[in-house]
Design a protein around this ligand. Sequence first.
Ligand code: PLP
Length: 407
Amino acid sequence: MNDRDPVESLADIRHEFGEHGGVNMSVEASTTFTVMDPETIPEIFEGGKGPDQGGCYLYGRHYNPTVYNLGRQLAAIEGSEAAYCTSSGMGAIAAAILQVCKTGDHIVASTAIYGGTYALLHDFLPSRANITTSLVDINDADAVTAAVTSRTRVIFAESFSNPTLRVADVPALARIAHGHGAKLIIDNTFSPLLMAPLDWGADVVVHSITKFISGASDIIAGAVCAEEKFIGGLMDVQTGPLMLLGPTMDPKVAFEINTRLPHLSLRMAEHGRRAGAIARELDALGLEVVYPGLPQHPDHELAVHLCREGYGFGGVLGLDVGSEDTANRLMERLQNGYRFGYMAVSLGYFDTLMSCSGSSTSSELTDADKAAAGIPPGYIRISVGYTGSLEQRLDQLRGALAEVGLS
Ligand code: PLP
């Protein structure tokens, strides 16, 4: 692992001034671009004369200067040669997988993944494309190796799993993947800056920008970060899944996200500081709290090894209160009685968001797969925000816990 600091990498890339010397880059809203020399058109189409190869921009679904600029910034953060920005996290995940897998191929994925990704792998891809997935405990290297077949092209895991917060052993998974000629794709949605999976050997990083990177729960967006060749392939006019399925990011969205990257590190640090303090408080009260920063977490040592200092252990924690009914009563009090946060799916917002995973963002999983993933019915995922003061939030939490008889 190199000791690259993603915040410094972002600051190091050349800042692009706006059209009139503005301190912000300009928004290039155009979907199509003038070609000065008609002879170059075939080469541009074949990808041999893009904006970085002495050619020009062609069409917005392919490359747009503003979206391209955001891609460069995300690539700098993740330490990849290139990145492509998509209209959602699911668009990024689906495109990355379809870039590697064709019909008949096989994927080994973690049992602990976001419900939408689970549905893509478990239901959609087998029925639509004959791409099958074996779900395994990704922290059990023997189980991962045993699940690999001669058709396995991808090992897929989340850096910090949604919602169970298991930490992927990226170097070990990379060794297994590369030993079998497969690619390791890591969804780094929960841990931008905190973990840099490509630095630990992953081949592709995907993001739901919708979460921490955006930070305001007002934009759906995603990204794929990988080698130049891989990203170029996503945009191939004949075979590129992004080019042909079309989940392109809008330039105005790209501009918005670009204004939020400079303070991502400050936000991630405060999310992590608050989540750690709340996790310790819940632990001290004797509750079943899941947070990789707690020494009893099964992946604590791994998290210490893989994560960058200064961001705690992420902004999300889990709390198992025993039953869905108790979970609902606690969330209702926390929202309506104490204004601690909101009952809402998603995460990475500046306010605290809470959801009972089994009946919401992991409801796509069969009961058996929920059990295998370690999602009990009373499990609440809490994405810890940074509004108000920490002391105020801890008081609100204590009050609500006491009201529902949990302390
Ligand atoms: N990956 C993870 C870990 C997620 O939590 C989510 C959404 O919750 C997604 C991907 C999908 O992202 P989007 O909603 O931006 O498509």
